[in-house]
Design a protein around this ligand. Structure first.
Ligand code: FEO
Length: 171
């Protein structure tokens, strides 16, 4: 059985994962409006992945005999300064999520809840990938700078995510 503290902390994490999905969907809509359809598809795939993350936490709480309580999801922003700003914001958001996952691990260890600790290790590894993939796009966008040709190439490359299993990160 999960402790009340652990269950509440995981419920908060479920809300954060759902917010992540909402945020990336909003980013995808912004990118569509900026004629970056490949980057928009990349973000849409990311939004779907966040729903998978939320679902994993929900399943885990149920498996441990806990009760998931869904809360309101905060409204995400709808405007960004540039495509680079979108991906920098996404990277910053992933860093925040990583620190939340680390906090859950710390709590699980304080409570000697080895089952939850073990469950969370998938997310610890996933966050390495999440941060790395957003950081890679940020690096490429910085390299492209104001070059229309460079942006065109990056957009094409990002658009392959979701169509090519090798470029789809996580689950
Ligand atoms: Fe669910 Fe992108 O962390």
């Amino acid at each position: 059985m999960l402790s009340d503290r652990m269950r509440k902390a995981i419920n908060d994490q479920i809300n954060a994962e759902l917010y992540s999905s909402y945020l990336y969907a909003a980013m995808s809509m912004y990118l569509e409006s900026a004629d970056m359809s490949g980057a928009a598809a990349w973000m849409k795939a990311q939004a779907r992945e966040e729903l998978v993350h939320a679902g994993k936490f929900m399943d885990y709480v149920n498996e441990r005999g806990g009760r998931v309580v869904l809360k309101a999801i905060e409204e995400p922003p709808s405007e960004w300064d540039s495509v680079l700003d979108v991906f920098q914001t996404a990277l910053g958001h992933e860093e925040k999520v990583s620190s939340m996952i680390n906090g859950l691990v710390t709590l699980a260890r304080e409570e000697k809840d080895h089952m939850t600790d073990n469950f969370l290790q998938w997310f610890v590894a996933e966050q390495v990938e999440e941060e790395a993939s957003a950081a890679e796009v940020v690096r490429k966008l910085k390299l492209a700078g104001s070059s229309g040709g460079g942006m065109f190439m990056i957009d094409n490359e990002l658009g392959r995510r979701g169509t090519d299993p090798a470029t789809e990160s996580g689950e």
